[in-house]
Write a protein that binds this ligand. Structure first.
Ligand SMILES: Cc1ncc(COP(=O)(O)O)c(C=O)c1O
Length: 423
């Protein structure tokens, strides 16, 4: 061997540094057009992207009431929570808020978490007992996956999105294999969202309940429903899909988040008193974190007061009007055969999916025209289901919607010419 080759050899086997590994992971994502970046879009652009469905975050009624809550406290009232809920972070204000929210949602009790992510992680990591079975919809949120990953459940099985037949097949197969499920000694958890964040469709919760009632007559099936996107938008006074269906007594745990239509931050877990007590003892995402401070609690209270007083009803009606308008306008798009483009929309949902193989290009064309929409790419959604997500808000106007649809139409026309010219 030529002695000169030694240093080269040593150089080529030099272990990669951590930063090299991180960079190479980013490069791989870039190559797949899947690299995420933080972006700030101009404030003058029209919002067709955020989850602020009722436009509460910029509403005068919300702002005035929130500021009044802040101002109406004694000077000595601490704004910071001061610690974990179990130590110095609890307050009468937080407990009163939980009673108020539980009452609004017709639930036995409520327990606040710092975010929907924390709530799902806390619930799913701690509630399923060793050996239990978890069945989950293939499109549930990343936070539920995170919770399940930490759980002591014996098995986790996925079923096809919003398909009662698929749930039936998976559950029946598991029952056949496991006598403990048959005898009712093993618990089965069914995890779904009520309104899916990326596809905007509402889950067939009643049909799921029928399947579980039929296959698990010993009542060892427990539903956990994440109402993050439905909160404020669906159900009586915005109380969610579960209450709209009147099945609140059949759902073991509901998770409502405040960071979307409620213009705030945090989440609540609705459950029975024993479950609440258990979470206080075992949910690490609740125990080992500083609790929400007073300004957050006040903003959550503000949102719930507006919902329960009926003040948000006109906003919900307005969103529905706009949904009808956008649905009609998207239906009138002229789409050439040569372009892959499809509108996916569940009636009454404020979330629209524009399926295309070039979501980044479409989103960037709309952004250039002043409309904020986002391309949604894997791994946030399954490979092959890339789309541009459009969300409607009470504060949008028909003119803005017409402008957005015009922008999409122009892109489709340019795109079909470009595609045609390549052939
Ligand atoms: C279905 C669902 N659950 C939970 C969360 C997490 O909620 P938060 O943003 O409050 O952490 C989200 C947020 O995007 C969500 O879409």
């Amino acid at each position: 061997m030529d002695s000169r080759s030694r240093p080269e050899c040593a150089a080529s086997t030099k272990p990669k540094t951590l930063v090299d590994s991180l960079t190479s992971a980013l490069v791989k994502r870039e190559a797949k057009s899947a690299r995420r970046r933080l972006t700030v879009l101009p404030r003058t652009a029209v919002d067709f992207s955020s989850n602020d469905f009722l436009s509460l975050s910029s509403s005068r009624a919300y702002r005035d009431r929130f500021l009044a809550h802040l101002n109406n406290t004694p000077e000595s009232f601490p704004f910071a929570s001061g610690g974990s809920r179990l130590l110095d972070g609890n307050s009468t204000y937080a407990e009163d808020l939980e009673h108020f929210v539980a009452g609004f949602h017709e639930a036995p009790t409520a327990l606040l978490f710092n975010s929907g992510f924390d709530a799902n992680v806390g619930v799913l990591s701690s509630i399923p007992q060793p050996g239990d079975l978890i069945l989950y919809d293939e499109l549930i949120h990343a936070s539920a996956h995170e919770g399940m990953r930490l759980s002591r459940a014996g098995a986790r099985k996925m079923f096809a999105h919003s398909s009662p037949t698929a749930l039936r097949d998976v559950l029946a197969a598991e029952i056949d294999k496991d006598s403990e499920i048959q005898t009712g000694t093993r618990n089965v958890f069914i995890i779904v969202e009520s309104l899916y964040s990326m596809d905007g469709d509402v889950a067939p919760i009643k049909e799921f309940i029928q399947v579980v009632d039929e296959l698990l007559p010993r009542q060892n099936g427990y539903f956990i429903v994440d109402e993050a996107h439905a909160t404020g938008v669906f159900g009586p006074q915005g109380a969610g899909v579960v209450q709209h269906l009147g099945v609140q007594d059949r759902i073991f745990i509901r998770v409502h988040t405040f960071g979307k239509a409620l213009a705030s931050h945090g989440a609540v877990v609705l459950c029975g008193p024993e479950t609440r007590d258990y979470l206080i003892n075992y949910a690490r995402s609740l125990i080992y974190t500083t609790a929400l401070g007073f300004p957050f609690l006040a903003s959550i209270r503000t949102a719930y007061e507006l919902l329960s007083s009926g003040e948000t009803e006109s906003l919900r009606n307005r969103v529905q009007q706009l949904i009808g308008h956008l649905h009609k306008r998207l239906g009138s798009l002229q789409i050439s055969q040569s372009v892959m483009f499809e509108v996916d929309h569940f009636p009454t949902s404020p979330i629209f999916s524009l399926r295309t193989s070039q979501p980044r290009q479409l989103a960037s064309a709309c952004q250039k025209d002043g409309y904020i929409v986002r391309a949604i790419m894997p791994p946030t959604i399954p490979e092959g289901s890339e789309r541009v997500r459009v969300c409607l808000h009470a504060g949008n106007t028909e003119e803005q919607i017409d402008g957005l649809v015009q922008s999409i139409q122009s892109w489709l026309e340019r795109h079909s010419v470009e595609k045609g010219s390549k052939l």
